[in-house]
Design a protein around this ligand. Structure first.
Ligand SMILES: NC(=O)c1ccc[n+]([C@@H]2O[C@H](COP(=O)([O-])OP(=O)(O)OC[C@H]3O[C@@H](n4cnc5c(N)ncnc54)[C@H](O)[C@@H]3O)[C@@H](O)[C@H]2O)c1
Length: 322
């Protein structure tokens, strides 16, 4: 297929590698920074994404830009009937969710969002195992370390207006999404957020705690970018009284241990995992066959709604879906 990319930064290079490996042609790339376009693939380069969408014959456009741009870029592609695969998060503002869902409903094109950890072998096995089980609870923690240089690496990072938040909307989003995918969306939550390590450098939270749902039906979630080092993500589910401990490549179903090797190599940073390839292959197959891609607007909106409710909460009970 003919693909295009908007935003040729870190993650776009991974999309490029996957697309080339899967035999798709990148025909055009757009970035506001002309310097990065010098090394970009494709015959045509643009600094204005609307111009690119209007001029090019594109089957799928990949949105790899800072968070605050996702909503308008998704809508522009959907309005033109162009299939669009957007990096996470879907958007950063509550009011953008209905705008995106409306554009999706009125478009012949499909929207997909890169929540690639749903394609990890261990996570797929847990999801299958949980089918039909009731009384689901979970606890998860993301303990990572991000320094001042990381936030300084992009002007959009660490700011409410452009990143839309900190550890919850960015680094821990995949794990929070997995938690709700496994145990369901809570109606309400309580959360506190804090900036505990770099308050001179960033506006947003680097640490968060969420207590969601009600006793025996919900989850507890801890996340920080102020940890001593990057630890493996930990996630534990209790299903019908049994404990399931999920580590990146290992799962304990009660006392039974299963190890899962990923079929694909990890591309880019270790924290990206190795499932972009599987997600992109599945999305392109959906576009080619007309099958519905499951991580669509409403599915990707769930984790954003959780994060936004956590930001509103300030330690008080907050309804998740407004
Ligand atoms: N799924 C994952 O695991 C994963 C991993 C890393 C990043 N991401 C997501 O990918 C997105 C990009 O992150 P990144 O680390 O590549 O950021 P980045 O800052 O490295 O790259 C963003 C690029 O977008 C360009 N850009 C900014 N405004 C633009 C505009 N109006 N039009 C066109 N281009 C524009 C910038 O010049 C830059 O080259 C974010 O949403 C991030 O959360 C996802």
């Amino acid at each position: 297929m003919k693909s295009a990319i908007i935003g040729y930064g870190n993650i776009a290079k991974l999309h490029e590698q996957v697309l080339k490996g899967q035999g798709h042609e990148i025909v055009a790339v757009c970035d506001v920074n002309e310097a990065v376009l010098r090394n970009a693939p494709g015959q045509s380069h643009y600094t204005d994404y609307v111009e690119m969408l209007d001029r090019e014959q594109i089957d799928v456009v990949h949105i790899c830009t800072p968070h605050y741009l996702h909503a308008d870029m998704i809508i522009a592609a959907l309005e033109r009937g162009i299939d669009v695969l957007c990096e996470k998060p879907l958007c950063i503002r509550e009011e953008d969710i209905p705008r995106i869902l409306e554009a999706e409903k009125n478009s012949k094109a499909q929207l997909g969002v890169c929540l690639q950890n749903r394609y990890n072998a261990a996570n797929l096995a847990v999801k299958t195992y949980l089918e039909g089980k009731k009384s689901l609870c979970a606890t998860a923690s993301v303990t990572w370390y991000r320094d001042a240089a990381y936030y300084a690496s992009g002007a959009w990072r660490g700011k409410w207006d452009t990143e839309g938040g900190g550890v919850l909307i960015n680094q821990a989003l995949h794990t929070l999404d997995l938690v709700q995918w496994f145990v369901g969306m809570p109606e309400q939550l309580r959360a506190t957020i804090a900036c505990m390590t770099l308050s001179d450098e960033i506006e947003v939270e680097d640490t968060a705690v969420i207590l969601a749902g009600k006793p025996n039906q919900g989850f507890t979630f801890y996340a920080t970018n102020g940890g001593a080092t990057d630890c493996p993500v930990e996630l534990t589910v209790r299903a019908d009284g049994e404990w399931i401990k999920v580590m990146p490549k290992d799962v304990l179903f009660g006392n039974r241990h299963e190890h899962y090797e990923e079929g694909a190599m990890a591309l880019g940073k270790a924290c990206y995992g190795s499932s972009h390839g599987a997600l992109i292959a599945d999305y392109y197959d959906c576009v080619a066959t007309g099958r519905h891609f499951t991580i669509d607007g409403s599915e990707a909106a769930k984790v954003v709604q959780l994060v936004l409710a956590a930001y509103r909460s300030q330690g008080k009970t907050e309804i998740v879906t407004q």
